[in-house]
Ligand binder design. Structure first.
Ligand SMILES: Cc1cc2nc3c(=O)[nH]c(=O)nc-3n(C[C@H](O)[C@H](O)[C@H](O)COP(=O)(O)O)c2cc1C
Length: 182
């Protein structure tokens, strides 16, 4: 099972990066820093200069597991990550790209988060769970880092379970591990 992490944070080596690094010690990951890519914001005309969006889509399509990794900023992912999520709408808008949106349906979606709370913010989690559902991907769960004390607090059982999920044989799953209601 191949896993791609789409990472974004105002701090490249900050708290969210620590959670990603902890996971990378357990399981093989391809980590892509969205902040180092050029992703033109979505526009209704779907006219874009050459940028990194289409190659990134191909990378996602080559993976079994897609993991969005972001700190929780005001209950949301980073602005760069949201810009990428908005741009994904192009796959639904433009007829020759629609097969790529449909190809995402076989993928499994995960989230990595970090915040100053013990648990992932339900608003943050529901943004991704709903996005995955829109693409008919199966949302599998969240790995959260609690930095409320200023130090990393990553539940070691949750970390191992998350790593095992990434390596588990692909099977349909509509039950997320931590989402409560959307
Ligand atoms: C702009 C901003 C907004 C934040 N909003 C929240 C929030 O809504 N809820 C929360 O628990 N923590 C919030 N925090 C704290 C961060 O989520 C937390 O420090 C996180 O671990 C930072 O990760 P990073 O080092 O990858 O940026 C916020 C921090 C910043 C800088």
């Amino acid at each position: 099972m191949s896993s791609v992490v789409l990472f974004s944070s105002a701090n490249k080596q900050g708290n969210t990066a620590q959670v990603v690094q902890a996971l990378a010690q357990q399981v093989s990951l391809k980590v892509i820093n969205l902040d180092e890519l050029s992703i033109t914001p979505y526009n209704y005309a779907n006219q874009y200069p050459q940028d990194d969006f289409y190659p990134l889509v191909e990378t996602l399509l080559s993976a079994d597991n897609i993991i969005f990794a972001s700190p929780i900023y005001w209950h949301c992912p980073t602005a760069q990550m949201k810009a990428f999520m908005d741009r994904m709408t192009e796959l639904l808008d433009v007829s020759h790209l629609k097969p790529k949106a449909r190809a995402l349906a076989n993928k499994r979606g995960f989230i990595i988060s970090s915040s100053a709370q013990a648990e992932v913010c339900p608003i943050f989690e529901s943004i991704f769970a709903k996005m995955y559902r829109y693409y008919d991907m199966s949302y599998q769960g969240n790995l959260h880092g609690d930095f409320s004390s200023g130090q990393a607090n990553i539940d070691s059982n949750a970390l191992l379970k998350f790593a095992q999920q990434l390596d588990a044989a692909k099977r349909p799953c509509n039950n997320a591990t931590s989402i409560t209601s959307i």
